[in-house]
Design a binder for this molecule. Structure first.
Ligand SMILES: Cc1cc2nc3c(=O)[nH]c(=O)nc-3n(C[C@H](O)[C@H](O)[C@H](O)COP(=O)(O)O)c2cc1C
Length: 176
């Protein structure tokens, strides 16, 4: 049975939800797939032997989570040696074409800086979860969302993830 590991960092849960969705989708296709929080993955070798390795994190003030960054820097040789490693970003910007280009440039610069060239990279829109934020973050995110044409009613969570695009990434990288 082919194996897949999805290592993720998620601050407000959307990337975690996407990693869980990916694992479920792959399992339904007969793949031994597991989603692993990067903190747990860092402590175990469970992510190592896999036919498909997917690594993802979300963008906070133009950066990925520190734990994810540390993981990638520590393992960049193993990641570069992996024949089927994929990186995905989750952000608010990727909800529109202009923002997606900006995230794509940001991710390219980031991956160059950590010296990792994954076989594929994808940029997905995440979610804006106003009820989960403190007052200041809620205010900031409302300002950004207004500018970007996103939802601004702070009673709600707005999910922008294109699940068909997530399916497409998996179809393109299905392990054999
Ligand atoms: C404080 C804060 C800062 C953020 N900074 C950015 C950013 O610089 N660029 C961007 O595209 N999205 C930004 N976002 C949006 C997140 O990337 C988006 O909400 C994503 O879905 C979060 O994923 P997670 O739930 O897995 O943490 C920010 C969100 C918050 C709350």
């Amino acid at each position: 049975m082919p194996t897949a590991r999805i290592v993720y960092a998620s601050t407000h849960g959307q990337t975690e939800k996407m990693a869980g969705y990916m694992a479920g989708h792959l399992r339904a296709q007969g793949v031994d797939a597991k989603a692993l929080d990067v903190q747990a993955a860092a402590l175990s070798e469970q992510w190592m032997p896999s036919d498909l390795l997917i690594i993802g994190g979300s963008v906070y003030v133009r950066r990925f989570q520190r734990v994810l960054d540390a993981f990638i820097r520590q393992h960049h040789a193993a990641l570069n040696a992996h024949p089927n490693a994929v990186f995905f970003s989750v952000s608010a910007s990727a909800a529109n074409a202009h923002g997606r280009d900006a995230v794509s440039a940001l991710v390219d610069a980031y991956l160059a800086s950590v010296d990792w060239q994954p076989r594929a990279r994808a940029h997905f829109a995440g979610a804006v979860k106003y009820p989960r934020y403190g007052r200041f973050t809620r205010w900031i995110m409302k300002r950004i969302s207004r500018k970007e044409g996103g939802g601004v009613d702070t009673r709600f969570t707005y999910e922008y993830t294109d699940w068909d695009a997530v399916d497409a990434l998996l179809s393109q990288n299905m392990p054999h």
